[in-house]
Design a protein. Structure first.
Length: 172
């Protein structure tokens, strides 16, 4: 009886140890290099991070109610960012070929007065995007694209984002 119990425990430990190698990797420490476009059609790359000490990246979709609900708060935040910081959005469900989604995004942004830069999703972003469990998800990167804060999953208020951003800026 004791031998069977010991065997089961050893077997469980062996199985658990082997599973630890199959757990998906955590998000990369650096947001991947990418080439994309803004919703206005301008070319953009990860060089967008270089001019600011801190960039807040909000990953959202037009079909996501919590994403749309937080957009007015993000609009207010985007118009009064702390010194050395910027806010950009990555619209997960948009591609240049999907004019309807671009029209939806433009309407959402206009109605919520969210005038900050919006970038079309690009497959180049997949090393990070593939680790995102839910949207909206917000992360913070430094001027080199190194992830320095987040992820903040789910919608948040302007105040919560501002407090988080100011804390990260102080620690940099």
């Amino acid at each position: 009886m004791k031998t069977r119990m010991i065997f089961r425990v050893v077997l469980l430990v062996a199985v658990a140890a082997s599973l630890s190698f199959t757990v998906p990797a955590r998000a990369a420490d650096v947001f991947p290099a990418f080439k994309s476009r803004t919703l206005n059609g301008d070319a953009v790359t990860n060089a967008i991070f270089a001019d600011k000490k801190l960039t807040m990246i909000n990953i959202w979709a037009t079909w996501c109610p919590p994403c749309v609900d937080e957009m007015p708060d993000l609009g207010r935040l985007g118009s009064s960012m702390p010194e050395g910081a910027q806010l950009i959005g990555i619209v997960y469900d948009i591609s240049a070929e999907d004019r309807d989604a671009i029209t939806d995004a433009d309407r959402i942004l206009r109605q919520s007065q969210a005038g900050f830069v919006q970038i079309e999703y690009s497959p180049d972003m997949n090393p990070y995007i593939d680790t995102v469990d839910a949207i909206p998800t917000t992360i913070f990167v430094d001027s080199k694209g190194t992830i320095v804060g987040g992820p903040m999953v789910g919608s948040n208020s302007e105040k919560n984002y501002r407090v988080t951003m100011e804390k990260i800026l102080k620690e940099m």
